[in-house]
Design a protein around this ligand. Sequence first.
Ligand code: ADP
Ligand code: MG
Length: 728
Amino acid sequence: QVETLKEKLLEQAQEISRLRSELGGTDAEKHRDLLAAENERLRQEMKALEGELQRQQQAPCRDCPHLQEKAELQEQLSQLQREAEETRARLVELDLEVQQKTNRLAEVELRLKDSLAERAEEEERLSRRLRDSQETIASLKSQPQQIKYIIKTVEVESAKVKQALCETQSRNQYLQEQVGMQKQVLKEMEQQLQSSQKTEAQLRAQIMMYEAELERAHGQMLEEMQAMEDEKNHAIEEAFSRAQVEMKAVHENLAGVRTNLLTLQPALRTLTHDYNSLKRQVRDFPLLLQETLRSARAEISQAIEEVHSTNRELLRKYRRELQLRKKCHNELVRLKGNIRVFGRVRPITKEDGEGPEAANAVTFDADDDAVLHLLHKGKQVSFELDKVFPPQASQEEVFQEVQALVTSCIDGYNVCIFAYGQTGAGKTYTMEGTAANPGINQRALQLLFSEVRGKAADWDYTITHSLGMGMITSAPLPRDLLGKEPQEKLEIKLCPDGSGQLYVPGLTEFRVQSVEDINKVFEFGHIKRVTECTNLNEHSSRSHALLIVTVRGLDRSTGLRTTGKLNLVDLAGSERVGRSGAEGSRLREAQHINKSLSALGDVIYALRSRQGHVPFRNSKLTYLLQDSLSGDSKTLMMVQVSPAEKNTSETLCSLKFAERVRSVELGPVSRKAELGSWPSQEHLEVLKTLLGDSPGSSAPAGRGHASPSPGHLSSRSASIRRKLHTSG
Ligand code: ADP
Ligand code: MG
């Protein structure tokens, strides 16, 4: 808007200057000049205003409450400017009119001048002719004739002149009239000019008014700007004060950091010092290291030399010790007897039922863990074995007593562990155990593993084991449990290597390398195990289960080779034929079992009493285990008994069997007793009768087997006999 206004003003100024040049220096012109000067001033003001406005526009005042007001004012301003423009347009029109009139006036004046000049010319011409005529007259007067004539002509001509003069005078008059008319027109035009000047003055007043309004608007605008400026300043001040506060906090922080820095500087100094000393050390280190290495090398080689000689010495001593140990062991075995008999009493179970039948018939001696008492038909019979495990004895406790035997297998001894007893007395529990609470079999293998691992630095060991069963006389050959055909009968043969050892060709041998292998093998064997029902026990096993573990060792330092065999035998039930209710083949089988068990008893008895002849060939089982039963071999008989009242007669039989195996003591006296033979089945029956097992007999029991005289019996056997006498 300002731009357009400016343009308009410029145009006006041009117009006015043009007008001025046309009209010359009249009063109106002076006035116009003044107006022009005024206009110029206004224009400059406008320019200043415009600058201000631009500055304002540049200054950010968004969201200003005055903005709307300003817009309104601007609207008003524009309206006013429009009006001013209109007025100016009218002024221009009027100016144009004035100019036209002035033009006409100039024209008229020009014409007037022309006519005046014409008239003057005419007058001059006429006066010249008059003068000429008068001269002519005078000359004529001097020349009377001629003059008369001339006068006459002049008089004639003078009339003409007079007529022409008249004409000229009339024309002059007309021209004067015309001039008067023209003057009137001029007057009128001046009047018109005056009126137009009046309008111009009015317009100027209007313009002034508008300008005043403009001024006011400008003032308002300035005020608003001031207010805005104030606001801005206020905001700036606030921001400044905030910034100052923040600055203060930053300064405080800085001060803290400075103090920190001050405290850190000494630390840095000490660190630098440390660093320098370390650097020195590092510089000196390679030399030091070399020196140390040299001395260390010398020391080490010296030490190695020493160790070598010590090693040689130790090896010599070790070999000597090994021999000594073997000798001592043999001596110990000789003293202890290499056949030991343990008893284990199982707890009363649900299967034993309730009532008097299931009552406990077994008691123990609080002071002697080798003694147990059986209440049989109102009489208390006491037995002494090498050790007795009460029902509460855990698998671990049992194994603890057995583990020395198991480990001697690593040293190259052959070991046999038998579980003997009637069906349901806990043989399988002791040997195999349950998955959660494994028995001797699994524990023995685990122990062997850990022992072998402990000696792995010096020894190479391989552990193999095979599982066989079915050594009952009706099916006298071992059946391989791990092989594909468990029912296949296998032969027992003498080892072709000339070692005199027996073996079963085709019996699967497994090399076991981890406990997992063992578990797998046991699971497999367990599934395949042949069991048949009898009415005594659903799971009565009518066969022997045999686990043979062979440990072969090689001492790397001495080149010594050892082979030890661990035979773990879960024997078939020892119950007597009559009780199991078996008939036909079952009966025969039961008889065979009893026969094989009594053959085993014979062998053990013969071995323990160191007889010259041991009847190994009387049963397949003893035949197979021959090498593990003779010589330096060790045998353990675990006699399992049930504590239930209803089983007392079987329990009695088992315990008698145990005691009989044990009763032959080592030493000079018992050695004489070795000459006797193991009692036959008939002898056993007789013995039982003597001990009061069969009705109608309560005679005091003597020794079941042939004993030369009481003087030949050991003191223990005598004590047992005493007990038997008192209980009898
Ligand atoms: P066997 O093999 O002599 O026929 P088992 O070992 O099968 O006898 O034992 C018969 C039952 O008695 C099994 O259920 C067994 O778990 C349990 N048993 C045997 N001995 C013990 C014991 N010491 N502790 C707990 N339960 C036993
Ligand atoms: Mg069993």
